[in-house]
Design a protein around this ligand. Structure first.
Ligand code: NAP
Length: 281
């Protein structure tokens, strides 16, 4: 396949680029500086010039707190950006995959969220991502929206990606213990994105590793056990104590109702994925 990857220097974009290249695809990988997805004319020209089989949009403004004070920028990158891509993909009739977030939900459900649950974003970031979902699907019916969350993997700068390195350095770790999600290994996510491109069945998918979900404290304690540095001090903190500008859902665990219907097995348990991350990173 010829695959265009946007946001290709980010955590997910890098994993997708590598996975597709390893799978033998012709990968055209665009970082933010190469292709700003808010530039509608450039997006159109790039897609028309390359005529890819698949576009995987990994670009987004992911600074959840900063989005609160700049909704215009958040909606440009996270809503208009995917719309621009969807529109260009429609012209060349290729598969379009765009990534969304578990944060579209408000967290009030005590159970896992499925596609049947109504989103209710708590933050500007989440609202902009939800609008990106809607605009993509409205613009191009063939769009595939992939909601995911609590991503960890090599080269990431978020807490779950850096915690293993911090354990190895012997740092003391403050971990949020009252907010639950479904940890997702970026390599597993990248492989699933490519499988979804091959299946080419439009819709909203929830792509996360299996298992009961976790909070940051549970994830960190499991990582400590796997690294074997038992002297690490892990402190539990409440999300509210951090006084962050953007609200996050207390529960954003995801489950998918569609994946198995299109013949794909659930992803492995997050603890098995974390073990691979610890052993190979
Ligand atoms: N990380 C998570 O836990 C998580 C959870 C749920 C969903 N997601 C979703 O997963 C996707 C990938 O996120 P990630 O974790 O890989 O984030 P990331 O590491 O921040 O990567 C996002 C990339 O998009 C680029 N970007 C920002 N604005 C852009 C624009 N207008 N045009 C082109 N590129 C732009 C960024 O470049 P600059 O840094 O140079 O601006 C960055 O390289 C996003 O859709 C995100 O919402 C992530």
């Amino acid at each position: 396949m010829t695959v265009v990857v946007t946001g290709a220097r980010g955590l997910v974009g890098r994993a997708v680029t590598r996975h597709c290249a390893d799978s033998g695809d012709d990968v055209l990988s665009y970082g933010h500086k190469d292709l700003d997805i808010t530039d509608r004319a450039l997006v159109r020209q790039t897609i028309l010039d390359n005529r890819p089989d698949v576009v995987i949009n990994c670009a987004a403004w992911t600074n959840v707190d900063a989005c609160e004070s700049d909704p215009k920028r958040a909606f440009a990158a996270n809503a208009a950006g995917p719309e621009n891509l969807a529109s260009a993909c429609k012209e060349v009739e290729c598969v379009f995959i765009t990534i969304s977030t578990d944060y579209v939900f408000d967290g009030n459900k005590p159970d896992f969220y499925t596609q049947l649950d109504e989103p209710n974003p708590l933050s500007v970031y989440a609202a902009s991502k939800l609008e990106g979902e809607r605009l993509s699907r409205r613009t191009y019916g063939r769009s595939i929206v992939v909601r995911t969350g609590y991503i960890f993997g090599s080269g990431g700068t978020n807490f779950l990606s850096t915690v293993v390195e911090r354990i190895r350095k012997g740092e003391r770790l403050n971990t949020i213990s009252d907010t639950y999600g479904t940890p997702t290994y970026v390599r597993d996510l990248a492989a699933r994105l490519r499988q979804l491109a091959e299946k080419d069945v439009s819709g909203i998918y929830h792509v996360v590793n299996s298992g009961p979900g976790a909070n940051f404290e549970q994830f960190t304690r499991r990582a400590v056990a796997l690294v074997g540095n038992r002297d690490t001090v892990v402190e539990a903190v409440s999300a509210d104590a951090l006084n962050r500008p953007a609200k996050r859902p207390y529960n954003s665990r995801l489950r998918c109702l569609l994946t198995e219907k299109i013949g794909l097995p659930p992803l492995r348990d997050w603890e098995a994925a974390l073990e691979e991350f610890v052993m190979t990173d």
